[in-house]
Design a protein around this ligand. Structure first.
Ligand code: ZN
Ligand code: FE
Length: 260
């Protein structure tokens, strides 16, 4: 299975999963980039996967369905807000896409939206995860609907995937995320190196996604609530020297990012 980023809006990625002449797309916020890709590669759409209900992730679905009546998978909890779903999914469900010879496990990763899900599968012998706006390269999504506890639990599930998991998030936010990460944890050498590598990629207009989960664990402040420098930063921002629990540290760092 070949996985390609299709650019949408200013910084969204629609992921195209291709096997032979069959393609599934994840989070088509726009139809245009998908239709162009299908035409350029001489392929056919066989399924649509949705992570959450926001328009920049579902806006192209109706137009795609007008071209090809394919199954649309998405979170059962957001069914009322995504009216074109044909298959509703819950935590622990399996999605089988025989046309791609692929299978995905569904993880409930609520927090950004209440029903947000992620799709975990295999490609080229590695674990891959399509995590929408939950875990970003170097950051995490805003907590629009859930609680910090819920988002922390969701990120912890993603963090527990194999370290060589490829993380396919839905936005190119990496450079600004790492700018914040550097403010949180300036003496993290792995973070400094990643920040420079990402700056080079962006200067060449290249995608920084997918990222490697191992790199997220080493550099993403939202997965590092037990790192001393992250704890110190959370205490300083919240002006509360008693903060200790990882979920409290996470919540303080997320609040700081909201105003950074
Ligand atoms: Zn979103
Ligand atoms: Fe989004």
């Amino acid at each position: 299975m070949e996985i390609s980023p299709l650019h949408a809006f200013s910084d969204n990625y629609i992921w195209a999963l291709r096997q032979g002449d069959k393609v599934a797309v994840v989070d088509p916020g726009e139809a245009g980039p998908v239709l162009d890709y299908l035409q350029q590669t001489g392929t056919q759409l066989c399924a649509i996967l949705i992570t959450h209900r926001h328009n920049d992730h579902i806006g192209g679905v109706s137009e795609l369905l007008a071209h090809a009546a394919v199954p649309v998978y998405g979170p059962a909890a957001e069914q009322a807000k995504i009216n074109m779903l044909t298959h509703t999914l819950n935590d622990g469900d399996t999605v089988k896409l025989p046309a791609l010879d692929a299978e995905f496990q569904v993880l409930d990763v609520g927090g950004h939206t209440l029903g947000h899900i992620a799709y975990v599968g295999k490609a080229d012998g590695h674990t891959v995860v399509f995590c929408g706006d939950t875990l970003f390269a170097g950051g995490c999504g805003r907590i629009f609907e859930g609680t910090p506890q819920q988002m922390f639990a969701s990120l912890s599930k993603l963090a527990a995937l194999p370290a060589d998991t490829r993380v396919y998030c839905a936005h190119e936010y990496t450079q600004s995320n790492l700018k914040f990460a550097m403010a949180v944890e300036p003496s993290n050498a792995a973070l400094q190196a990643r920040n420079q590598a990402v700056a080079r990629l962006r200067a060449a207009n290249l995608a920084t996604v997918p990222s490697l989960l191992a790199d997220e664990l080493a550099t993403n402040p939202f997965l590092r609530s037990t790192a001393p420098e992250v704890i110190a930063a959370a205490r300083q921002f919240s002006k509360d020297e008693t903060l200790q629990e990882p979920v409290q540290i996470f919540a303080a760092i997320r609040e700081w990012k909201n105003v950074f």
